[in-house]
Design a protein. Sequence first.
Length: 232
Amino acid sequence: MAKLKNLPPQKQIEADIIQVLNSLGNKARRKKVIDALAKKWRLTQEELGYHTPGGWVYYEHRIDGVAHKLRSKGRIVTDNDGLWQLLEGKPKKLPIVSSLPPLPKRHDELKQKMIYVGKKLGYHVSAEEGALYRHDVLWKQGAYKSPCHVIEICEGGSLPKDFDALHWANDPKNWGAQGILIVTDDKDFEKAGKRFVGQPGLIAVKAETVDALCKIVDDNPEFLELIFSKES
């Protein structure tokens, strides 16, 4: 995968969006603004094609996120046709009207990352499936085999339900799968650690660990294979 240079920080991207809109007569289509920023930042063809694990074009996703901030501050306004317009005068709060898709929630982002990692490791991957529970992500060694890894992601949801789902999946009478619980809250991580004591088939990890896995999956997939052995 191409190495993506760091984009400008948020404040600079805000300033660049405003500058581009000002140069285009205070309003322009989203694509025209994004193309102008890519040219301004001198992004390479590889950088223009760089995608996040969730499938988003990275630099466009970053610009959309900052544009969302500018809309909430009352600096720009958009319509359903993708027209971005710069507002003059004192910023004021305005209702956000946009045809752009919402930024992914942390739960969905982590789910997409585990789908990405599973595919990179050669597993057959599915999501929101299960015999008794609707598990977030399932890794299988073949399309018609039982899951070998079951992933649940807890972000302000029902931690006991995730425990039950993973225990069921890990039970040899069911799938005998390795269970992975991903949590975004430190207290949930502590609770899970206590719950999984003495159960080597179940593990709890923090969301930051998943972020780190995605950063190394392309450079060193052999390292991940040691962690998620297909023979386990």
